[in-house]
Design a protein around this ligand. Structure first.
Ligand SMILES: [Zn+2]
Length: 88
């Protein structure tokens, strides 16, 4: 099923961006040396702090999530920097 917030088209755009910034020959997991990664079907968002508390409203920071298929090491890339349009 297509995810309207991170459609297949947007996922392809993200993968293209990654190819430009993080070439395949450099995609070696620093934990386990695996070279196979998975792009999550959903955008993810780190929760910002407001003082000592997590803030659940306000600005958000959508990211894509890339996970090593062997050990689970995960990397997030800012979707706004990638120019992935995030519609609400
Ligand atoms: Zn790994």
């Amino acid at each position: 099923m297509d995810n309207k917030y991170f459609s297949v088209e947007k996922q392809q755009k993200a993968l293209k961006w990654l190819e430009d910034k993080w070439p395949q020959e450099k995609r070696v997991c620093e934990i386990c040396a695996n070279t196979s990664w998975h792009l999550a079907d959903d955008l993810v968002m780190p929760l910002p702090f407001s003082g000592a508390n997590l803030r659940l409203g306000g600005k958000s920071y959508p990211h894509i999530l890339i996970t090593c298929k062997n050990c689970g090491n995960a990397k997030c890339f800012n979707a706004v920097i990638m120019k992935i349009e995030v519609a609400i």
